[in-house]
Design a protein around this ligand. Structure first.
Ligand code: GBH
Length: 543
């Protein structure tokens, strides 16, 4: 018997799927919505792979009831979605008017979720800055203005939705906001030192300034929530960071150190000040006075500002010291091991391969370093060439099923073997959708969207996750709506074959925390075959 059939998650474990406003809503010019920075950016030739924009996306502004039917069919407990700031405050600023039609859209969505027994998990900011704030003062580059405007926007959301929303995420992936928007220039607002890409921008300074503002906006919004709303509304608030596991390319001390540097810039940049109280030493050393400093008053607000660790993760990178890419901490990433083999199955996008052991290692690293309950707020896979397959073939998404089978197994082992406190898991994404600079070419959905008809078709991966969580979360807490689950026939995953670890990691150590269940009784410890394998490898490597 494998561990997956005998070991479970806690009964209050939350699972579901995630989306983001600009990626699914469309309807960009209705009911008083103001423009976001992605509206015009995505229309500039060359900014998206297929030249397509977000005007329609998956049309979820009109089809959201259908989307909720899907969620009910999958039997989820929760749905993570984001609010469009410029639907709620079209011009974005702290003295600009609130748009009641925008409020009503999200209010109805929240009510409908609750009626179905689905818990709303709400992201305040998933990259769609009101265009007016960029035009007015360059958005995230203007700390004084943006922090106040963001806090007012957050306050409006707490006031209007906080009676029903108990799970708040302030920001989605500050690294992406800062680096991709103001460094590489591949995401809106597209600023960069590369003059072929942008007429404006300074990639050596702006990303670090933008990131600093994002941290402060998050922190002051969380402070407002805790001081003005939390007591009566009883919710939680935190931030979600992107970050992929970093594995040294080989045993050389330089590459072992490089893996830590990669984590320092990808994750520590935000997580260290927020959970530990200062920027990583390596970043200060790398950037000198280009890294902004917090005043003591600011730092007091930043430190401890997130009540949990929101984790978005997709892959593992093999890390080699070298190169001049500050955005990766002077580290080169590869998926090719020293012996020439690949780390895992290649996804449609170049940056993603399927490597489940890294998911478990990352959970261990984050829990050990930051000591917060972890919510996995995004995780998913884009099958190679799915966009050009006939529908029937795309629905049999074996590679995505394999990915999710590996990750759910790793999750189970992290919780039960390693004692990591993981409380939620959201697959990215409920639907194929507008994949930013990739346009609609790259598909991440567990549900296929035919963009000509806007019809939705569940893929095998959606059925797999539906069945897996049904089997691994004890029944008692299953919301009423989930019993109407009609998608039951799950795809059989291929067996997970653990890929051998080529490099010894300086940063991951299994936690081996005394297992205590939530009611305080000691848990029986059993070693899954996979955990035994990893333990064996660790022992062999002398970890
Ligand atoms: C998530 O980011 C987003 O939250 C979500 O909106 C998106 O749809 C989903 O991923 C799928 O892409 O090679 O330098 O350009 C994932 C985190 C971090 C993944 C940056 C891509 C590319 C870095 N992303 N990474 S670069």
């Amino acid at each position: 018997m494998s561990a997956t059939t005998t070991t479970k998650l806690p009964k209050d474990f939350i699972w579901g799927f995630a989306t983001a406003s600009f990626q699914i809503e469309g309807a960009t010019d209705v009911d008083g919505r103001g423009k976001s920075i992605w509206d015009d950016f995505s229309k500039i030739p060359g900014k998206t792979l297929d030249g397509r924009d977000g005007d329609v996306a998956t049309d979820s502004y009109n089809r959201w009831r259908e989307d909720l039917d899907l969620l009910t069919q999958y039997g989820v407990k929760s749905y993570r979605f984001s609010l469009s700031w410029s639907r709620i405050i079209p011009l974005g600023g702290r003295n600009d008017p609130v748009n009641e039609a925008g409020i009503k859209f999200y209010s109805d969505l929240i009510d409908a979720l609750l009626e179905r027994g689905i818990t709303p998990f709400v992201t305040l900011y998933h990259w769609d800055l009101p265009q007016a704030l960029h035009d007015r003062y360059l958005g995230w580059l203007n700390k004084e203005e943006i922090v106040q405007d963001y806090v007012r926007y957050a306050r409006v959301c707490f006031e209007r939705f906080g009676d029903r929303v108990k799970h708040w995420l302030t920001m989605n992936e500050p690294w992406c906001i800062s680096i991709l928007g103001y460094g590489r220039g591949v995401f809106a607002p597209g600023r960069s030192s590369d003059r072929l890409r942008s007429t404006e921008g300074d990639s050596s300074r702006e990303p670090w300034i933008a990131g600093h503002s994002v941290i402060l906006a998050h922190a002051y919004a969380a402070k407002a929530y805790r001081e003005e709303f939390k007591e009566k509304q009883g919710g939680q608030i935190g931030i979600t960071l992107n970050g992929d596991w970093a594995m040294p390319y080989d045993d050389s001390p330089a590459n072992i150190e490089a893996a830590q540097h990669a984590l320092d810039v990808a994750i520590g940049w935000f997580a260290d000040p927020i959970y530990l109280g200062s920027y990583p030493a390596f970043m200060k050393q790398m950037l000198g006075d280009r890294l902004p400093e917090f005043t003591p008053e600011e730092l007091a607000v930043v430190k401890g500002s997130s009540e949990f660790y929101g984790m978005n993760t997709y892959t593992t990178n093999l890390c080699k010291a070298g190169g001049d890419d500050e955005f990766q901490g002077h580290v080169e990433y590869t998926f090719t091991r020293p012996d020439g083999t690949q780390l895992g199955e290649q996804a449609h996008c170049a940056w993603l391969q399927d490597y489940a052991p890294g998911f478990r290692d990352l959970l261990n690293y984050l829990y050990k370093r930051y000591r917060k309950p972890i919510y996995v707020t995004e995780n998913g896979f884009a099958v190679k060439d799915e966009n050009t397959m006939p529908l029937e073939q795309a629905l049999k998404d074996d590679a995505r099923v394999h990915y999710y089978a590996g990750v759910t197994d790793a999750l189970l082992n992290a919780v039960n073997e390693d004692g990591v406190d993981v409380r939620a898991y959201f697959g990215w994404s409920l639907l194929d959708n507008f994949e930013w600079a990739d346009g609609y070419v790259t598909r991440f959905g567990v549900t296929y969207v035919d963009y000509d008809t806007q019809k939705r078709y569940p893929k095998d991966s959606g059925k797999f996750l539906s069945k897996w969580f049904k089997e691994h979360i004890p029944e008692s807490e299953t919301p009423k709506a989930a019993t109407t689950n009609v998608i039951v026939e799950a795809a059989k995953p291929k067996p997970i074959v653990a890929t051998s670890v080529t490099g010894k990691s300086p940063v991951v150590e299994r936690l081996h925390i005394e297992q205590v269940s939530r009611d305080g009784a000691p848990k029986k410890k059993r070693k899954a075959p996979f955990a035994r394998f990893t333990a064996y490898v660790s022992a062999f490597l002398g970890l």
